[in-house]
Design a protein around this ligand. Structure first.
Ligand code: SF4
Ligand code: SF4
Length: 149
């Protein structure tokens, strides 16, 4: 019994340290790690594709009037599956390497993106004006266009 334990201890000493020094030293996740989703407000054009595929219902899309589409990400529900990143046609969503996401503030777990759109004169539904000049034509010089709040 004692010999077996000594042999076990010897094996452990030979292996050296096998745990990571984190949290006393920074930790870089492995390539391909799926951490907190990040959103590029300049790329998103409000198509809602990400919301359609999200299995956890993290992303809600609603039109707040004729010129504004609001995307709300309740990412406390996120399962880090990466589907939203896969389907986004503009690569507006990326899974970052960020894994330290603990917080005691609920607001930290919400991302909100407002996308200024143009209404179709026939059906009234929102669409993104094709060029920045067209967009300015509809929204004027309002700041925060496409910005996160
Ligand atoms: S993040 Fe991508 S998929 Fe989602 S609404 Fe914006 S453009 Fe569409
Ligand atoms: S990673 Fe998965 S669960 Fe999280 S927001 Fe994207 S689709 Fe939804």
């Amino acid at each position: 019994m004692l010999t077996a334990k000594l042999r076990e201890a010897l094996i452990c000493f030979k292996a050296g340290r096998v745990t990571l020094p984190y949290p006393f030293a920074p930790h870089d996740p492995a390539p391909g790690f799926r951490g907190k989703i990040t959103l590029d407000p300049d790329r998103c054009f409000g198509c809602g594709g990400c919301a359609n595929v999200c299995p956890a219902g993290v992303i809600q899309v609603r039109d707040a009037g004729q010129l504004l589409r609001v995307l709300e990400f309740q990412w406390r529900r996120c399962t880090y599956c990466g589907r939203c990143e896969e389907v986004c046609p503009e690569q507006a969503i990326t899974m970052s390497q960020q894994f330290e996401t603990a917080t005691d503030r609920g607001d930290d777990m919400v991302m909100r993106l407002e996308v200024f759109m143009g209404p179709c004169q026939r059906c009234g539904r929102c669409y993104v004006p094709p060029t920045p000049l067209d967009r300015m034509d509809r929204t004027g010089f309002r700041t925060g266009s496409g910005g996160r709040s």
